[in-house]
Design a protein around this ligand. Structure first.
Ligand code: NAD
Ligand code: UD1
Length: 370
């Protein structure tokens, strides 16, 4: 185990275990938790992240840095997980850790089922044993598949198109089963729409390995000269300009959505539940609109090549945000101009992202190698 944030403190802040906290969303969320006064213990196997992100979260947290701890732990290594819970009491867990590349999940389904499901089952088992029953889980709008209408409400039928999406669907169902068996659990499933942007400081942001799958990381790499052009997947959708429409949400808004969720779990008088909320803005933006916002932010033209549709893509999806507004008291604040501005600020300051050790690349699943 690797422990670098060394300060112990006598402060009785609530302690949140953040799995996958070195990653894109987890690092932004850890920072917001620290600023809100929580003690944050990050565990991450660094398969898709760098501990430099955690270090920078600490720097951005200023005086709250003393409440940040990091351990390199793989959720598939149940013994290490167990040791974490023996050493420390956690008041709640936010579970981000997982593999997330759709294409890779189609090519390597066992890796995805093993890492995402086994890791989650280990976590839930250890939480049960240590009577820690407050959980926030990172689900995805991918569980709506191709919605028949928009905006998507949380009651829409679920339909997934790939193994990555199925891991989200199965974990959601496992959470519902867990609550049905023991109503002491308090679980919040958050269905993220399309997280983009970066912390306004430009010190933390998204740093995908290899060729980015998602739109904004790709656009960002074109802007800094790492890729020659953006391929637009389809301009014949029944949308206002023919390109796909998504609900992009600033990652800082997403992080504050998690604070709202955690606060709901700690609200006095709150009882067991397994609730689900969309985290989006409720607004749809096309690929070309997003590219235009980014061009405005960076002052450069993004060369485009129009290609055919990407298999598995839906034409248009955006969230109904009513439930989160009403029950979590949370609403996204930022629009696409701020998303593009902060994405560019991060990209221009860190054109090659964090510095990686290539050997961290995930190639195996520990649960199978026991
Ligand atoms: P990310 O890859 O940046 O972060 C995930 C982190 O989990 C990484 O740091 C990785 O090293 C870690 N990890 C993976 N498997 C692990 C394991 N077995 N043990 C310990 N750590 C492990 O991804 P992100 O974009 O920050 O996504 C966080 C969560 O949100 C994921 O569960 C993802 O599926 C979900 N999500 C992301 C998006 C998105 O567009 N980014 C959309 C919807 C849902
Ligand atoms: C994708 C995943 C989804 C996952 C989500 C967040 C697929 C089919 N879906 O969703 O499961 O939850 O990421 O990680 O992979 N686009 C381009 N060129 C590019 C990249 C994207 O034109 O190089 C377009 C897409 O066709 C889409 C839009 O940009 O219309 C957004 O794409 P992306 O960022 O990949 O997100 P999703 O497709 O919503």
């Amino acid at each position: 185990m690797n422990h670098w944030a060394s300060v112990t403190n006598g402060h009785s802040a609530r302690t949140i275990l953040v799995t996958g906290g070195a990653g894109y969303i987890g690092s932004h969320c850890s920072l917001q938790l620290l600023l809100a006064g929580y003690k944050v213990v990050i565990i991450d196997n660094l398969s898709n992240a760098s501990d430099e992100a955690v270090r920078r979260v600490g720097d951005l947290a200023g005086k709250y840095k003393k409440n940040l701890y990091f351990y390199k732990v793989d959720l598939c290594d149940k013994e290490s997980l167990e040791r974490m819970f023996l050493a420390q009491r956690f008041d709640a867990v936010i579970h981000f850790a997982g593999l997330k590349a759709v294409g890779e999940s189609v090519a390597k389904p066992l890796l995805y089922y093993c890492n995402n499901l086994v890791g989650t089952l280990n976590l839930m088992d250890v939480m049960t044993k240590h009577n820690c029953k407050k959980l926030v889980f990172s689900s995805s709008a991918t569980v709506y598949g191709q919605p028949k209408t928009v905006p998507c409400t949380e009651t829409f039928p679920l339909d997934v198109l790939n193994p990555y999406g199925r891991t989200k669907l199965y974990i959601e169902q496992i959470c519902r089963d867990l609550y049905a068996a023991d109503t002491g659990w308090q679980i919040i499933l958050l269905r993220y729409f399309n997280p983009v942007g970066a912390h306004p400081s430009g010190h933390i942001g998204e740093d995908p390995r290899g060729i980015p799958n998602n739109l904004m990381p790709f656009v960002q790499q074109v802007a800094v000269g790492r890729r020659p052009e953006l391929t637009v997947f389809g301009n014949d959708y029944p949308t206002r300009d023919g390109t796909g429409v998504r609900d992009y949400i600033h990652v800082v808004d997403l992080a504050t959505g998690h604070i709202a969720a955690v606060e709901k779990l700690f609200k006095s008088g709150s009882t067991g539940a397994c609730d689900v909320y969309n985290l989006g803005t409720g607004r749809g933006t096309s690929v070309l609109e997003m590219v235009a916002a980014f061009e405005k932010a960076c002052g450069k033209k993004i060369p485009l090549k129009i290609a055919g549709r990407r298999p598995g893509d839906c034409s248009e999806i955006y969230a109904s945000t009513e439930k989160a507004e009403k029950e979590l008291g949370w609403k996204a604040r930022y629009g696409i101009d701020e998303m593009a501005r902060d994405q560019w600020n991060w990209a221009s300051k860190n054109p090659y992202g964090y510095v990686y050790e290539e050997e961290n690349n995930h190639t195996e699943c520990k649960a199978y190698s026991n």
